[in-house]
Design a protein around this ligand. Structure first.
Ligand SMILES: Cc1cc2nc3c(=O)[nH]c(=O)nc-3n(C[C@H](O)[C@H](O)[C@H](O)COP(=O)(O)OP(=O)(O)OC[C@H]3O[C@@H](n4cnc5c(N)ncnc54)[C@H](O)[C@@H]3O)c2cc1C
Length: 423
């Protein structure tokens, strides 16, 4: 196949060895397999990876098989994974009942619950790169290429750079859209004994990420074969850590979890960078965007970012790059904002708890979505498309031609959440 952009991709750098950087390095290796090129995988071993991110979307199952050339069963064992068929909501919305948000087609399509460190290891085995352990000080676009400045090492120039350095140190409103209609900003992570194990390490039964509403927010429960991961997601300005930990203890008691290892307290921003791709430098993973993990939207966003950037750089001649980059950038920002609206909407009907947090989430935070995602402010139509999905759900008959509509996620996802929440 002729790829007009291929000759302009000879030196590529990926910065960061977390999930996003590891996916990028394996993707470059896979896409450029039949040509000559140089790939530098750069990371600072003194800066740890975030190490959480254990839920995914079904596209990862196919992608890992392609990137690793391994059978699905082997991959699942290697990442100590289980098959995730959706998210099981407990205590959300007005109906006081449990419901499941299934991937479509229901009970057929599955994703992985995975151990984040083992996923990165698996991807490293599939990447053909020179490793550089050094701190990156700056990335600058210079005459159609990117110069990386290092600490204690000569600068280098590349045709394409994936910047996967994790959460930005500061977030300015000129550079970022603050997804402030999502009400949470902190997670307490606990690791509990595994409940899913088999002798050969392959769990075939259907599993779900539990999303359990609690007075201070909600708790995810992710079953792996190595352990079960619990995370309490809350807002540190509304609830104090002590109260959250006490409620966490109560939930573990109800779940009859005998012991746990306290892993981390992680503060996170909900944001998307306004410039994810300028033609030469692509921000990916948590460096590009993040929103709380209710619908596990981070890895799938990184897959999309990497896929789009490589596709455009390989298949379009370099002379079009400035115009193409604008289009790619708008598409990616638009998709992430759509994910944001979908996630934020989960809070719009409250939960079984009448608490300060749920009042804050439903009455004060979610209503901001119309101003934050106003098309004039964000230069994309995410809000218009989101409104269209909600209007379709309200119509007495949904025309067959509309069944396959999407706004980041399919109409079936909107329908399931709407039914489940009771709004
Ligand atoms: C509580 C919580 C739960 C989550 N759950 C999910 C989930 O279920 N599903 C999901 O998809 N996602 C989830 N995520 C998101 C998850 O964090 C990301 O999917 C994923 O781990 C991406 O991380 P990253 O690779 O972008 O960055 P990181 O893991 O932070 O890696 C950053 C890398 O950059 C390197 N680095 C940093 N600065 C420099 C520098 N100056 N020079 C050189 N190297 C540098 C570091 O050494 C490191 O290797 C969750 C996040 C949180 C906070």
């Amino acid at each position: 196949m002729i790829q007009p952009g291929r000759h302009s991709l000879n030196r590529i750098a990926v910065i960061g060895r977390g999930t996003a950087g590891s996916l990028a390095a394996a993707s470059v290796t896979h896409q450029l397999a039949d040509g000559e090129y140089e790939l530098h995988h750069i990371y600072d071993s003194r800066i740890p990876v975030i190490g959480v991110g254990e839920g995914s979307w079904p596209s990862l199952v196919q992608e890992l098989a392609q990137l690793t050339n391994l059978p699905h069963e082997k991959i699942q064992r290697q990442i100590k994974g289980t098959r995730k068929y959706g998210v099981a909501f407990e205590g959300w919305g007005q109906r006081n009942r449990k419901f499941i948000h299934y991937f479509t087609p229901q009970q057929v399509s599955y994703a992985y619950h995975l151990a984040a460190d083992l996923l990165a290891e698996l991807l490293h085995e599939s990447a053909n790169a020179t490793h550089i352990d050094a701190k990156v000080l700056n990335i600058a676009k210079v005459d159609g290429s990117a110069r990386i400045d290092f600490e204690g090492r000569e600068s280098e120039s590349y045709d394409l750079v994936f910047d996967a350095r994790g959460f930005p140190k500061e977030l300015t409103s000129e550079q970022n859209i603050n997804i402030s209609f999502i009400p949470t900003n902190t997670a307490v992570i606990r690791r509990c004994p595994a409940s899913m194990q088999t002798e050969d390490g392959l769990v075939l039964q259907h599993t779900y990420t539990r999303a359990v509403a609690r007075p201070h927010g909600w708790v995810f429960v992710i079953p792996l074969t190595a352990h079960t991961s619990y995370g309490y997601i809350f807002n540190r300005e509304v609830s104090d850590l002590e109260a959250v930990e006490a409620d966490f203890d109560k939930l573990l008691e109800t779940d009859e979890v005998p012991e746990f290892e306290q892993r981390a307290v992680i503060q996170f921003p909900n944001f998307v960078h306004r410039q994810l791709f300028d033609g030469v430098v692509a921000r990916i993973g948590n460096a590009a965007a993040f929103m709380e993990p209710l619908e596990a939207t981070a890895i799938v966003s990184a897959q999309l970012q990497i896929g789009m950037v490589l596709h455009i750089r390989l298949n379009r001649a370099l002379e079009h790059i400035d115009r193409d980059a604008t289009v790619v950038n708008r598409f990616l920002v638009n998709t992430i904002l759509r994910y944001g609206l979908f996630v934020g909407w989960h809070y719009s009907c409250g939960s079984t708890y009448k608490s300060e947090f749920w009042d804050f989430a439903r009455k004060h935070v979610w209503p901001k979505h119309r101003t934050v995602a106003d098309p004039k402010q964000v230069d994309c139509n995410a809000l218009t498309k989101f409104d269209e999905m909600l209007n379709l759900l309200k119509s007495p008959v949904i025309d067959k031609a509309d069944w396959h509509k999407m706004c980041a996620v399919p109409l079936t996802s909107y329908a399931q959440i709407s039914q489940g929440l009771g709004c």
